[in-house]
Ligand binder design. Structure first.
Ligand SMILES: Nc1ncnc2c1ncn2[C@@H]1O[C@H](COP(=O)(O)OP(=O)(O)O)[C@@H](O)[C@H]1O
Ligand SMILES: [Mg+2]
Length: 546
């Protein structure tokens, strides 16, 4: 009997491991070209270092070293002074995709999917065939653990090629070494830019960077103040979808629907739980596991019709106006700085908060375009600008009243850096590589309001500067005619010419205007002083725009 087509196909049908999937689709994780791959590998490791240090309340000191091995291959080294990783976990953390501590919780963090560092390990083995080398130590009196790891992509399981205890003269921390194919270029999408922006948005971090030319660049911290540890929260009912509700109900340990709703969601007390059940016509004492699909749907609708207060917002850890401004001051040389932190608000049940900082003037961007810096949960976003909510809000804002030029629907122009940060327990990225923030209307609106608030502060400065500059121009113009005018007046009035010249010079108030300008520019002076102090021997090297 001839085999049917379906039977033929059946022979070819088999499971695909997540590792195989991403091995083929590495562009989804930020490894689409050599330049971006180098950035992504550094970014994943540094983001993890900062997350780990902050969770352990350790002021982060991170070393990033790129060693050029020729042939478009680089050794990427990232070392931190974080809490370290316990021995048994190291292989899974680095050599198993979708393994991590952050996915199953609602808490603001840099990582969320549990895929970042293992994807970098996979990319390393894919492009150079070399295993990742990990050294990690969890306490001063314990030896460090050293591993050489690859990923078995067919099973998505770690392959351990080396495993030994080692001495390490560090009390605790983690060191990751990956050999990858990459390409090192400076510019807006470079490792250098990423580190500079990381320093802006994390003023409490010190980064030592050794670039492929073996030059050392230090980004010193501007503050010892650690960010407030964000609290983990439960999901808010407004954000829950049918499938999720069904899954939660079948996994819960609570015996009644009312107890389930009260305990597994934020802001649902017994009264609200009862109200939801009543509206859905499902008895509150029903066992959650027994709730049917239809009833679950009724519950979802009832949730929508019930007034539930917004989730608590202490789960968000913003930078704050003062530190955001400080961070920008230390890396961007300008005349005027301001920062705005909005109050937290909510999209689909997820709290989020928007912050904006602006640096104006100085010798920024000779070509006139503004410098837009985008950040999500303290991570710089360097790709996919056009697809990002932040870009959308900036282009939709009318910057002309604030003293910047702008053609319709475009970014404004002028000597400005606009930095926008969104902090959330769950940042809605448009893809796994976390490059752009999805267009949620609530998010776009909040960003716009923050931009407008910062814009108004900018406006005050820009207008004053224009006014004073015009005054100076007029004074200069008049000054040029003083000898002639004085001559004429002397002849008409019989007064001495010298006296008239003196009076006229007083009248144009050039000195006062100049003083006012000096005062405005002294803002820039302060920024310069601070920069010099902070940098120590490092001079002007930190993160200058190339
Ligand atoms: N440098 C580090 N120090 C301590 N723990 C780390 C470090 N790097 C990674 N981890 C742990 O490994 C997990 C997996 O990291 P990763 O694959 O980047 O996923 P994610 O950061 O999205 O959770 C993290 O959740 C964290 O628990
Ligand atoms: Mg990560």
């Amino acid at each position: 009997m001839a085999t049917t087509k379906a039977e033929e196909l059946a022979k070819k049908q088999r499971e695909i491991s997540v590792a195989e999937f991403f091995e083929k689709n590495r562009h989804l994780l930020g490894f689409d070209n050599k330049r971006k791959a180098l950035l992504t590998a550094v970014k994943e490791a540094v983001d993890n270092s900062l997350d780990a240090c902050e969770e352990a309340e350790i002021v982060p000191e991170v070393l990033v070293e790129l060693i050029d091995m020729g042939n478009e291959r680089f050794r990427v080294v990232v070392e931190d002074n974080g809490p370290g990783i316990v021995k048994e976990q190291i292989p899974k953390v680095f050599a198993k995709l979708l393994y991590g501590s952050k996915f199953h919780r609602l808490k603001q963090g840099r990582g969320q999917q549990g895929i970042g560092i293992s994807a970098s390990v996979m990319y390393a083995q894919l492009t150079t065939g070399r295993p990742a080398r990990i050294l990690s130590k969890i306490a001063p009196n314990k030896p460090a653990n050293y591993y050489e790891l690859k990923i078995d992509t067919i099973t998505n399981k770690p392959l351990i090629l080396g495993d030994e205890a080692k001495e390490w003269d560090k009390p605790h921390g983690t060191r990751v070494e990956l050999d990858i194919e990459g390409s090192y270029l400076k510019g807006l999408q470079s490792v250098d830019e990423y580190l500079k922006e990381t320093a802006i948005i994390n003023p409490h971090v010190t980064i030592t960077y050794v670039n492929p030319k073996a030059e050392q660049i230090i980004f010193p911290r501007a503050s010892e103040q650690m960010p407030k540890q964000p609290k983990e929260i439960k999901p808010h009912p407004y954000g829950v979808e049918l499938g999720i509700l069904l899954k939660m109900m079948s996994n819960t340990e609570f015996r009644t629907l009312q107890a389930f709703l009260t305990n597994e969601f934020s802001r649902v007390g017994p009264g609200t739980a009862k109200e939801i059940c009543e509206k859905a016509l499902v008895p509150p004492n029903t066992a959650p596991k027994k709730v049917s699909r239809d009833d679950a749907e009724k519950l979802i609708n009832a949730i929508k019709e019930t007034k539930i207060i917004s989730p608590p917002t202490d789960c968000i850890s913003p930078i704050g106006e003062e530190l955001f401004e400080k961070g920008l001051r230390k890396e961007v040389n300008a005349e005027f700085y301001c920062a705005v932190s909005r109050s937290p608000t909510v999209y689909r049940g997820n709290p989020f908060q928007v912050e904006v900082a602006i640096a104006y003037g100085g010798n920024q961007q000779a070509d006139g375009s503004i410098n837009l810096l985008r950040f999500a949960n303290r991570v710089p976003l360097l790709y996919q600008q056009g697809a990002c909510s932040i870009y959308k809000s900036v282009t939709q804002t009318n910057w002309k009243p604030y003293g910047l030029q702008q053609s319709n629907g475009a970014l404004p122009t002028g000597p400005v850096t606009i930095a926008v940060h969104i902090a959330s327990v769950w940042v809605p990225f448009t893809s796994e590589s976390k490059e752009a923030i999805a267009h949620y209307p609530e998010i776009i609106d909040e960003i716009r309001l923050a931009l407008q608030e910062a814009g108004r502060r900018l406006q005050t400065y820009v207008h004053k500067k224009h006014r004073v500059k015009n005054q100076l121009e007029r004074a200069n113009l008049f000054e040029r005619y003083i000898p002639e005018v004085a001559d004429a007046l002397a002849r008409l009035t019989g007064e001495s010419k010298d006296k008239i010249v003196k009076h006229l010079n007083e009248m144009i108030k050039k000195k006062e205007i100049q003083e006012e300008i000096m005062e405005m520019e002294s803002l820039k002076g302060e920024a310069d002083d601070e920069k010099a102090d902070d940098n120590g021997n490092n001079g002007n090297g930190n993160g200058e725009k190339d």
